[in-house]
Design a protein. Structure first.
Length: 359
């Protein structure tokens, strides 16, 4: 029984509200998208309900699984993730990217598993190495190679948003874990030019230019961002009311996924948009409180890392919608449409709840 003094109570309430909000806006914004591809209006809505139910089952499984089990399986999970990330190239590209394993009855996105794998590996590694983490050869180098390999596999799909998320979470945990700052700065200095050269190639260069001046490219690469900004700006303080968005009328692509926050801001206004941010912050702060209560370093790093995964993902989504960062396909946790994402997010939440149980 959850008590109001337990962090999990506030996390549970926050996630419940986010899930209901997500389903509401997936039905609102996704109905027209479904009709456009020849499906019933409720197509995305019912698929998300199924994903949520499956995710809740996985959440129960992860909540029932002791945290030491994941540590025993860390090597197996790492190589299983690598196999899945390589397997995506055996399937046809979708919108120019190999991100999915498309099976007859289900589609899997291995990059979602990679988020968990990175955190699990680092939690195990930082606890195992302890003070040796400050030594370049024994600490920084092995971790960088293992994590860099996973991030590279995601990067070549290509999925720059998730690759950036993996690097950000890894850097944060390494910093908290006591990594030598000189090594960390050197690693960042090495990575940035490489990422920069990749970003400035092909359509990604157009995204950067449209991010700098979206209105100049409003009919081409800046179209999504401009329509998103129009949606957010037209919502005002109180919004247009549920179901009254004009931007979801085929103006804003991916209105039920990568830009769902824009539709929330348009229909519920600044008040609704801020409320979503507060719910995410409640999740993050409560999760960090659970992590901080652990004496066991592995459990502390694991819990903290999963909190950063969910929080950074939300921050990137907000920034993309508001034009504060170049466009990336990052869904809003527990809100945006996406089966694999929903299942893994609830799976991660179950682990955080289990962490609270093991304090």
């Amino acid at each position: 029984m959850l008590e109001y003094k337990d962090e999990r109570f506030y996390m549970f309430v926050s996630v419940a509200v986010l899930l209901v909000t997500g389903l509401t806006f997936i039905f609102s914004a996704g109905s027209l998208q479904a009709v456009r591809i020849g499906k019933p209006e409720s197509f995305f809505f019912y698929k998300q309900i199924i994903a949520t139910v499956v995710g809740l089952c996985f959440m129960y499984i992860s909540y029932s699984t002791p945290l030491y089990v994941y540590r025993k399986l860390v090597v197996l999970i790492y190589f299983f993730t690598v196999v899945l990330l390589l397997s995506v190239f055996a399937f046809p590209a979708i919108n120019g990217a190999h991100r999915w394993i498309d099976l007859p009855f289900i589609s899997l996105q291995p990059s979602e598993l990679a988020k968990f794998t990175v955190v699990l590996y680092l939690a195990h590694y930082l606890d195992k190495k302890d003070q040796k983490i400050k030594v370049f050869v024994k600490g920084f180098l092995p971790a960088s190679l293992m994590l860099g390999f996973l991030a590279s596999l995601v990067l070549i799909e290509p999925d720059f948003g998730t690759a950036f998320l993996l690097i950000a979470v890894s850097g944060t945990l390494l910093f908290i874990g006591g990594m030598n700052m000189k090594h960390l700065v050197a690693g960042i200095a090495f990575i940035l030019p490489l990422i920069g050269s990749l970003v400035m190639m092909g359509y990604r260069k157009e995204r950067i230019l449209s991010f700098i001046d979206p209105w100049k490219y409003s009919d081409t690469s800046g179209y999504q961002l401009v329509q998103s900004l129009i949606a957010v700006g037209s919502g005002g303080i109180f919004g247009k009311g549920l179901g009254n968005s004009s931007q979801k009328l085929y103006f804003l692509p991916e209105a039920h996924t990568d830009f769902i926050y824009a539709i929330i801001a348009e229909e519920f206004g600044i008040i609704g948009a801020v409320a979503v941010v507060i719910l995410i912050l409640v999740l993050f702060v409560c999760g960090l409180r659970i992590a901080a209560s652990h004496v066991d370093r592995y459990k502390r790093y694991l819990t903290m890392g999963l909190c950063f995964v969910l929080f950074y993902q939300a921050v990137i989504h907000f920034c993309v919608v508001l034009g504060l960062t170049p466009t990336k396909g990052i869904p809003l946790p527990f809100v945006s449409y996406g089966g694999s994402a929903m299942v893994f997010q609830l799976f991660l939440l179950g682990i955080i709840f289990r962490s609270a149980e093991e304090r």
